[in-house]
Design a protein around this ligand. Structure first.
Ligand SMILES: [Zn+2]
Ligand SMILES: [Zn+2]
Length: 307
């Protein structure tokens, strides 16, 4: 799927076509996230947390590398979804294959040996949950029912769900998906974005993509619009004084929300999930403006309180 919409002032690329959807590279997505988290952890006030998140991303990579075949929508269903702008793998209503729970247990087994006593307790509790309890937990994460979540367990369950959805999206391939009817939700799984990224290189130079909080798919949205309500007026960009220019909060007066935007031109290694986690100070700053975030970081349901 391609788009010819270019924002004002943008230099048109030779072919005049830009990819609307960028699926994640399943062989490297989680490994690159892990590497970025380790890099950001150096000298960081929450280094231990970032290093744990890096370990978690590493086991996510292991889990997706060995993920089994699962049920996927067939060609007529994908055609129907493309025609009607419907995401074919909707996070909130998709009938999940039990393979995601087996993936979760394998991830726990890989993490538990090096875990802190507190994290190990959480993992043991998670391991003991029944399939029905785990499915209910997953439902709460995917519908952002944060108040009913056991926050110590949430990042692990979310990590397993990310692996499952990334596996499905990348197995189907980019040609399976069309443009979603709702511009601020993922065209693959209808989840909100964790952040947006301004990319560099080739036909994507200077283009902004929203990065799905669940499946890691990126979809194009012009830079001059709010990523939540698509209004162009009243956008403002905030950063923490003295912090690197790689991450800003894009805040909108119209819908009254914000979402972070990361810039590859400032650092080619930025990674939306990792850079979001490492810039909690910016969320604290934005909290003072009274504007909520428009999209979650599924790894951060437990954070912000005691960090
Ligand atoms: Zn998605
Ligand atoms: Zn807005």
């Amino acid at each position: 799927m391609t788009s010819k919409i270019l924002e004002p002032g943008q230099i048109e690329q030779p072919h005049g076509e830009i990819p609307f959807i960028r699926l994640p590279e399943r062989k490297t997505l989680f490994r690159q996230r892990a590497n970025r988290l380790r890099g950001l952890a150096e000298g960081h006030t929450i280094a231990d947390f970032l290093n744990f998140m890096a370990q978690l991303a590493d086991v996510q990579q292991g889990a997706i590398d060995s993920f089994p075949e699962v049920f996927l929508p067939d060609a007529p269903m994908l055609d129907l979804c493309r025609e009607h702008g419907m995401p074919p793998l909707p996070a909130r209503s998709w009938l999940r294959n039990p393979a995601w729970r087996r993936g979760l247990k394998r991830m726990i087994a890989a993490l538990v040996a090096e875990a802190t006593p507190q994290a190990r307790d959480a993992m043991v509790r998670l391991y003991a949950m029944t399939p029905a309890e785990l499915e209910a937990f997953a439902d709460n994460i995917l519908s952002e029912q944060q108040q009913s979540l056991d926050l110590a367990l949430a990042p692990l369950v979310a990590a397993a769900l990310q692996v499952y959805w990334t596996h499905m999206a990348t197995t189907l391939g980019a040609q399976a998906f069309g443009r979603g009817d709702i511009a601020n939700l993922c065209p693959v799984c209808a989840s909100p974005p964790v952040a947006s990224v301004v990319r560099i290189g080739g036909s994507e130079q200077g283009l902004r993509y929203l990065h799905c909080s669940l499946c890691g798919t990126e979809w194009h949205m012009v830079r001059v619009k709010c990523s939540n309500c698509e209004e162009s007026k009243g956008l403002a960009y905030f950063g923490v004084e003295g912090a690197p220019e790689t991450v800003k909060a894009e805040a909108c007066d119209d819908c009254g929300s914000y979402l972070k935007i990361v810039y590859m031109e400032k650092d080619p290694h930025v990674e939306p999930v990792a850079d979001d986690i490492a810039t909690l100070a910016l969320d604290v700053l934005m909290n003072e403006t009274g504007k909520p975030r428009s999209g979650p970081n599924l790894m951060l349901f437990s954070a912000g309180l005691d960090l």
